[in-house]
Ligand binder design. Structure first.
Ligand code: BES
Ligand code: ZN
Length: 457
């Protein structure tokens, strides 16, 4: 291991430079204006893998390419599937970035850029640890396959199709993903559960153009007013989601798990203070961590209607749209609940308003067993690199492919987050600590050895 660790420290600043080059590519999958850049991002990853001696290719899909790379030099040893995503979220609101989102800048030991932690920086740690092994020893202790996609932030649907059609090619014993967070600075974590999601958009149309609100207001349905009442109908006063059947399949937390969450060090006031919030809010009867990790929710992600420029303008808008997503927990079914949501809203539409519903994507929640030899290996790797035993946590975000790995490939995933939940993912000024980047790379280098131990190599 010493040789490998030396390689990692000798090459640390080059790794940072390469990450910076990667972060300059605006791989925004949700916005078709960036199509050429997203494809350039795939090529960047393919070349990284090819340069370190992997068989690497970009595979076309109906959407963005999937980068596939493999090194299978130890027959009989376990095969590890490393997943990551090279696409990023839109960087808006742009005026809140201190340095532009695709001009990476290092400030106080952190690299600032969209995708720094989610997921370019975290995913890069595995490429660099594999490089260190191959360049120093000419081998890896396990077989490794990389599947790096460009549509995670828009639901991974083409990836699901690829995995179903290529079971043999991607066959592996366990998956590894670094696209979650540590529990807190200095306290790394293994995430054993993620929430699922359903994402949709509703569009309301009233009059066929914006109208003078003095001439027409009060005599025609106003789509913005209607949208506001639809949004208000999603929750009751106890914070419970009102979509019929929403809670029917929810697996309640066990007492043991609730106690586990409660034992984690959590200074609620400080945690909320960091995001500019004074009082926690949500479903009555649950703690903040329970609400974030193990309760289903429904949030408006964006609302657009009428005049939003400077100063007043007296109109009845023609249209109103809302983007909505619900986070799901075991055993809620995203498809069924998307239909319930659509029906629930459609039933409330008054005469004079046309209702359209766009189903964007969905995936199920997942919870893994915390006892397995793979989990023990992950724990050992984190201990070796971070000098601390990781805590076992659930998280509230979603990574759609994790359920597909379970259902299609029959494998569990080790969710090993190197980032912090204060890294501003999906927010302005996303960043990733350079120290976390290097610790993550180190942990990854240990992981290959520990996953191999006990196997016939
Ligand atoms: N890295 C996140 C997932 C995540 C965030 C896990 C925070 C745990 C804590 C991932 O890239 C992501 O943002 N996923 C999307 C998926 C969705 C668009 C299908 C999400 O959760 O919104
Ligand atoms: Zn994300």
């Amino acid at each position: 291991m010493q040789e490998i660790k030396d390689y990692l420290s000798e090459n640390a600043s080059r790794f940072e430079q390469e990450l910076i080059e990667f972060l300059k590519i605006p791989t925004i999958s949700a916005d078709s204006k960036y199509q050429a850049d997203v494809i350039r991002g795939a090529e960047f990853v393919r070349k990284q893998l090819a340069d370190i001696g992997f068989d690497a290719e970009t595979i076309e899909t109906e959407g963005y390419p999937i980068v596939f790379g493999s090194w299978e030099g130890v027959p009989g040893a376990p095969t590890v599937l490393v997943y990551g995503h090279y696409d990023v979220q839109p960087p808006d609101p742009l005026d809140q970035w201190i340095s532009p989102p695709f001009e990476p800048e290092i400030r106080e030991g952190k690299v600032y850029a969209r995708g720094a932690t989610d997921d370019k920086g975290q995913m890069f740690t595995h490429i660099k640890s594999v490089e260190a092994w191959l360049k120093t020893t000419g081998r890896l202790p396990v077989n490794v396959k990389f599947v790096i996609e460009g549509e995670e932030e828009v639901g991974s649907e083409n990836l699901d199709r690829f995995l179903e059609a290529n079971r043999k090619k991607v066959r592996s014993d366990v998956a590894v993903i670094s696209d979650t967070s540590q529990y807190a600075p200095g306290l790394p974590a293994i995430t054993y559960g993620l929430r699922g999601i359903l994402a949709a958009e509703i569009r309301l149309t009233g009059p066929d153009r914006d109208l003078h609100s003095g001439m027409f207001g009060g005599s025609v349905a106003n789509p913005a007013n209607v949208l506001a009442s639809l949004v208000a109908s999603l929750h009751n006063e106890q914070g419970r989601v009102q979509i019929p059947g929403f809670y029917d399949a929810v697996v309640e937390l066990t007492q043991e798990e609730r106690e586990g969450f409660a034992k984690l060090p959590f200074d609620e006031a400080a945690a909320l203070g960091k995001i500019g919030v004074e009082d926690p809010q949500g479903e009555a009867g649950f703690s903040t961590l329970e609400r974030r990790w193990a309760r289903p929710t429904c949030d408006v992600n964006g609302l657009v209607s009428g005049y939003t420029g400077e100063g007043p303008k007296t109109i009845v808008p023609s249209t109103a749209t809302a983007k909505i997503s619900c986070r799901l927990v075991p055993d809620q079914n995203p498809r069924e609940l998307t239909e319930s949501l659509e029906r629930f809203l459609a039933d409330q539409i008054p005469p004079g308003i046309r209702f359209e519903f766009i189903d964007y994507h969905g995936c199920e929640a997942i919870v893994f067993t915390t006892e397995s030899r793979f989990m023990s290996a992950a724990k050992g790797a984190i201990e070796a690199a971070f000098g601390t035993t990781p805590v076992m946590i659930r998280e509230g975000g979603s990574i759609p492919v994790v359920g597909t790995f379970r259902d299609v490939l029959g494998i569990d995933t080790l969710l090993l987050g190197w980032g912090q939940n204060t890294d501003n993912l999906h927010s302005p000024n996303e960043h990733f600590s350079i120290d976390d980047f290097h610790r993550g790379t180190n942990a990854s280098a240990h992981l290959w050895q520990l996953l191999a131990d006990g196997s016939p190599t």
